[in-house]
Design a protein around this ligand. Structure first.
Ligand code: GTP
Ligand code: MG
Length: 200
């Protein structure tokens, strides 16, 4: 898919504030600092469209971007970040869970996972919750430029092994890097296919 246009729409504090859209929508979710906003910029080829930061907790609202005037990409706050404080963490979790459950035109959640880390409890728990609520999702490994391809493979195997304890079938898996654009074509193809088959 060619990105012809990409524009910031608005920020919202809750799914309830998001206008109803007859447009397929995709959301990036994952732990704070995993690289959600960076991956959005890489996919859309706009360096500063989504705000990024070296310190976790940068994205605090639901941020929507309209792409090629016919689909929406949504950047969400990170879950499970200790330093934002317990009550704010709870608010973020509520915001994410409600958005995932009630956003009617949401086609798929992209769950971002840092390629460098072993399976983390809150990521596994979040994916289990998505499954229980029948919310479609894929796994997207980020920052793959930071380690060798054999190390990426090894961590991926660990994740698959852990997931298969709970799941009969694994979701689609993408390996990406916002630094060297790895995974860009694959993710855009995936979105393109869903857009083409959606009823909107
Ligand atoms: P929150 O909004 O705080 O939840 O974080 P986020 O998931 O949006 O992460 P963000 O995109 O802001 O990136 C966090 C840090 O990781 C930044 O310093 C990025 O430059 C860095 N980063 C993100 N993706 C990559 C990547 O693919 N490779 C490398 N080397 N660094 C990355
Ligand atoms: Mg962010």
């Amino acid at each position: 898919m060619e990105i012809k246009s990409a524009e910031f729409v608005s920020s919202y504090v809750s799914y309830k504030d998001c206008p109803k859209n007859n447009t397929p929508e995709y959301a990036f979710v994952g732990r704070s600092n995993v690289g959600k906003s960076s991956l959005i910029n890489m996919l859309l080829e706009r360096k500063k469209l989504a705000k990024t930061s070296q310190s976790p907790g940068k994205t605090q609202l639901i941020n929507q971007f309209i792409v090629n005037e016919n689909w929406i990409l949504t950047d969400l706050p990170g879950y499970g970040y200790a330093k934002v404080g317990k009550s704010m963490r709870k608010d973020f979790n509520k915001l994410i869970n409600e958005y995932a459950q009630y956003r009617e035109n949401l086609m798929c959640m992209f769950v971002l996972l840092d390629s460098r880390h072993a399976p983390q409890k809150n990521d596994l728990g979040f994916m289990k919750w998505l499954g229980e609520n029948q919310i479609p999702f894929v796994m997207v490994f980020t920052k793959s430029d930071k380690l060798s391809s054999s190390a990426v493979k090894k961590n991926l195997m660990e994740y698959k092994k852990e997931m298969l304890k709970e799941w009969e079938r694994l979701p689609d898996i993408f390996v990406t890097s916002s630094e060297n654009r790895k995974g860009r074509a694959e993710l855009l193809d995936f979105i393109d296919k869903i857009n083409a088959s959606s009823n909107f």
